[in-house]
Design a protein around this ligand. Sequence first.
Ligand SMILES: C[S@@+](CC[C@H](N)C(=O)[O-])C[C@H]1O[C@@H](n2cnc3c(N)ncnc32)[C@H](O)[C@@H]1O
Length: 243
Amino acid sequence: MTKPDYGVDAPTVLRNLFLFGSACLFAAGLIHGPIHIGNVILYLHGMFLWTGVALVLEGFLYLLYVKVGKMHHRDYILRFHAWRGDEQVLDVGCGRGLLLIGSAKRLGAGGHATGIDIWSTVDMGGNAMAATQKNIELEAVSDRCSLISGGAQEMPFTDASFDVIVSNLCLHNIYDKATRQQALAEIVRVLKPGGQALISDYKLTSEYARYLREAGFEVVKKRGNVWATFPPLAVVLARKPVS
Ligand SMILES: C[S@@+](CC[C@H](N)C(=O)[O-])C[C@H]1O[C@@H](n2cnc3c(N)ncnc32)[C@H](O)[C@@H]1O
């Protein structure tokens, strides 16, 4: 590997979009004209054709996000923080290091970026600490990055350790609401007073915003670029109160 590889998010979703989309287009090619079952007339050709077209199109949009859009989305998220260079940054569910490395590149003397992940290969193709470490080396930020194995809902950091917490497409993977809220409670706990959390996801962002608002954070929600992200992503920008 000579170039960084930020992986394919949820690879089975991408595979299924193309698989079921192609199957629908194949069925549309086989079925011509209406099918009569008793008094019922079924127009299956159009149904299979348009379902197939929609699924394959979604597959291409997803692929576009994975290969190009996610780099734009990373820069979009990271622009919401005014970087000084000496921040302690945490990427929750860092995967292959998209936001972790992006943050590290904005750091200078005294700055450090930590990535925490459970390395699920269902949520990210080829996910492994070694693969992310390789990206860190290829991007020449080894002196500013470290990786830790662990769940967002139980983070091994002391209170108020980080100036900035970033996260993209991680928290929705915690299906149980109570556990997801435990992860948000951990974000609240390990962020320094006055620190900023930038949490991006394709769903449940209103839940994150509500939780953080109730924890006393100043919260703003921004839509991601609809041309760069599929499914469309939103970002919750949340500032922890100073006292
Ligand atoms: C879709 S990937 C996104 C990775 C990366 N943030 C990005 O944008 O490229 C979701 C990541 O969240 C991680 N993840 C899922 N559940 C987690 C949990 N409970 N704690 C920490 N990481 C988790 C997965 O292992 C995976 O790396």
